[in-house]
Design a protein. Sequence first.
Length: 165
Amino acid sequence: DRSKAKDTEQVRVDVTVKNTGKVAGKEVVQLYVSPAEGVFPQPEKALRKFVKVELQPGEQKTVSFELGFRDFANYDPRVHAWQVTPGTHTILAGGSSADLPLRQTIELQATQTIEAPLTRYSMFKELMAHPKGKPYADEIWAAIFRKMAPEPAAEEKDLTPEEKE
């Protein structure tokens, strides 16, 4: 019901299901969350909520889900805690993990982040993402590009006759 939220807020998701058949039936509505791209590997999507709905022929029902911090969080092994990766998360809904026709994105702001310590084994992208590591990462990039830059060509007037040949 909105496009932005903080990780401390509840997000409400409404899904309407309709029985288009001629007999009564049941449908399981599954809600998945696909996380924002983070520093460490995360699952492509994770089942967060589900409910079974019984419907008569032609009947439709709206089911509501409340998503909170843990529904958007993934375990961060670097800090041994559950954290929300800030950025664009996708909420997916459907009858099975292979068929998720409904999707909505939400921009999440992480308010409870724990910075992973930087070590000599930290990956460069971790260094770039870390507030204390970013200045060093920028310095490393600058040094790399300085080394890769071609030497300025010497002007003809500065060359001796032997060097010109």
